[in-house]
Ligand binder design. Sequence first.
Ligand code: DSN
Length: 417
Amino acid sequence: MKFLLRDDPEMAKLVKQEEVRIDSTLNLIAAENHSPRSIMEIMGSIFNTKTIEGYPGNRHHAGCKHVDTVENLAIERAKAVFGAEFVNVQPHSGTSANLAVYFSVLDVGDRILSMSLPHGGHLSHGHRASATSRCFNFKHYALDPSTERIDYEMVRKMALRFQPKMIVTGASSYPRLIDYKKMSEIAKEISAYLLADIAHLAGLVAGKAIPSPVPHCDFVTFTCYKTLMGGRGGMILAKEEFAKKINKSVFPGTQGTSAVNLIAAKAVIMKLASDPKFIEIQKQTLENAAYMASCLVEKGYRVVTGGTDNHQVVVDLSNKGITGAQAEQCLEDCGIVLNRNVVPADAKQPGKTSGIRIGTGALSARYMGKEQMSTIVEWMNQLINNPENPEIQDAVKAGVNDLCTRFPVYANGHDIF
Ligand code: DSN
C-alpha cells in the first residue's frame, strides 16, 4: 500500500484499521466471507483501468486482447464449475444480474412470483422499495407458518392463480434447501421461466456441498463474495437458448462498461473452486452451521425451522427479552459480528427485528471447527443473557482475541489458501 500511503494517508490508515478489525473479530455475517489474498491482488490489479463494452471478440474499444482472454477464462471456468451451458460474467452485482434476467425475457408489467422479503426473499425479488417492483408485477409467497419452510403446494396454487411469466426461487435468509425440481415442475405447469437466485449458496453449490439448481432452472444468478469467497460482482448462468437475450440484456440493456478487475477476480475464484481447500471449507461451513444450530437449541434458543441445511442459522430471540438490534450491538461490542434479522412473520420492524442471522462461511475460512463453534455459542449465550455485565464482556473480549490470534485471516502475512 506504499502508493496509497503517499497519496492518501487517511485512506491508507482506514485500510490498516479494517485489516485489524477483520483479523481481531469473528465474522458471522451470512452474506460475507474472507477472500483469498489472490482475489484482493487481482481486484487491485492493472485490469482496473480497462474500459470494455460488448463481449470478447466484439468490443467497442481497442486494446482488448488480454481482457478478452480474461473474460473467456472466467466464462469457461464458471461453465465447468457449475456445469452451465451459458455464462455471463459482467453483472456488477446480484441485483444487476437479476434485473438483466428479468429484462431478457420479460416485458415491463409482466408477472413474477417470488418469496416475500420478510420471509427470507431479497429486495431485488420485487420488494416495494426496489425499482424491480415498479417495472414488473410481483406477487410474493410466504413460508408455511407451522414449519417455516416453503409450502410447494401453496406456491403451486398461487402460480396457477396468478399465472406469472417467471418464478423466482432463492432467498437471503432461508436456512433450508430448496427443492429446485419441484419449483421447476410448478414453472413448467404454467409455462413460466424459472430463476434461482443462489447469491448466498454459490460457494456451497460450487463445492458440491449442496445440490445444484442448474439442471432445473432456465436462469441462475449469484454474487461472488458470500460463500463463494471471491471478489465483488455477480454472474448469470443460463440455458444456451437464452445466451443472446441475456448478453443483450446485460450490455447494453441494463449496464454500460463492466469492471474487468472484477471479471478477472471471478476467473480466479472459479479456478480456486476446485482446490481441495475450497471444497473442505464449504463442507466445514455446512457442518459448522448444523452444529451451531444444535448448540443453540440445546441452550434453549428457538432456531427458525429447528436447524439448518446450509450456512445460515436464523435465531428467534423473542423469548430472550432482547431485540435482534440489541443483540447485534452487544455481540459486536465484544468482537462477534453478525446482523439482526427478521424472523418469519416478525412483529418487529426491520430496524429492530426479533432475530439474528448467523453464517458460518467466514469462520470456516479460518479453519475453525466444532470446538470453536461451541465456544462461540457459549459466549453469545452469556452476552445475550447479560448484555450489560462488564465482567462477562471482558472475559468474552479476551476469549475472542485469543481465538482470532490462533485462527488468523490475514495477520502476519497469513492467507486462506
Ligand atoms: N442480501 C443481503 C444479505 O443477505 O445480507 C446482502 O447481500
